[in-house]
Design a binder for this molecule. Structure first.
Ligand code: ZN
Length: 157
C-alpha cells in the first residue's frame, strides 16, 4: 500500500533521495534529514500505515513487514552501540498531538553520546497522578484494553 502524497512512500520509491543505511523488500532505514543527533536513523516499514495501531494483524505480509521493522530498530540500536554511540533512544510517535509530522509509521533510533544530558523532548514527571487511585485506574483501563486486544487478535497469549 502506497500513498503518492506521502514523503516516506516517495523516499521508498526513490523519487525523493535519502541516505540509506538499510533496505529490504519490507523495510527501509535512512538518516533523518533533521537529526536530533548525528547518526539519527529513521526505520520505516515499506507498507503505508499512518500509525502503529493501523498495522493489520490478519495479513501475514503486513505482520512480517512490521516485525522486520521492529527487528531493524533493534539492529540499528545495536549497530550504533558497537563503537559509535554510548546509548540510544527509540522514539515512535502516533498522531499530530504526539509530534508525528509524517503520517507514515516510523521509528526514530537516536544515538546518544557520552557526557550528554539531552532529554528527548518530554518532561519527566509531568504526568504525575493526583493519587494512587487515579494511577491504579489508569493501570486497570490500560491492562483491560491490552487484554481485550490480545484476546481478540489471538496472536500471542
Ligand atoms: Zn507512506
Amino acid at each position: 500500500m502506497k500513498d503518492a502524497n506521502c514523503v516516506f512512500c516517495r523516499i521508498i520509491d526513490g523519487s525523493i533521495p535519502s541516505v540509506k543505511v538499510y533496505e529490504s523488500d519490507n523495510v527501509i532505514a535512512f538518516l533523518d534529514i533533521n537529526p536530533m543527533e548525528k547518526g539519527h536513523v529513521l526505520v520505516v516499514p515499506k507498507q503505508h500505515w499512518r500509525t502503529i495501531s493501523d498495522v493489520p494483524v490478519d495479513a501475514p505480509d503486513a505482520v512480517r513487514c512490521a516485525e522486520e521493522a521492529m527487528y531493524i530498530v533493534r539492529v540499528t540500536a545495536k549497530a550504533l552501540g558497537e563503537g559509535l554511540a554510548d546509548g540510544t533512544n527509540i522514539l515512535q510517535a502516533n498522531g499530530a498531538c504526539a509530534g508525528q509530522t509524517v503520517p507514515h509509521l516510523h521509528f526514530h533510533v537516536i544515538p546518544r553520546y557520552g557526557g550528554e544530558t539531552l532529554q528527548p523532548g518530554w518532561e519527566s514527571g509531568a504526568g504525575k497522578y493526583k493519587d494512587d487511585d487515579e494511577r491504579d485506574s489508569y493501570a486497570t483501563r490500560i491492562a483491560d484494553g491490552i487484554k481485550k486486544i490480545v484476546e481478540s487478535e489471538g496472536i500471542f497469549g
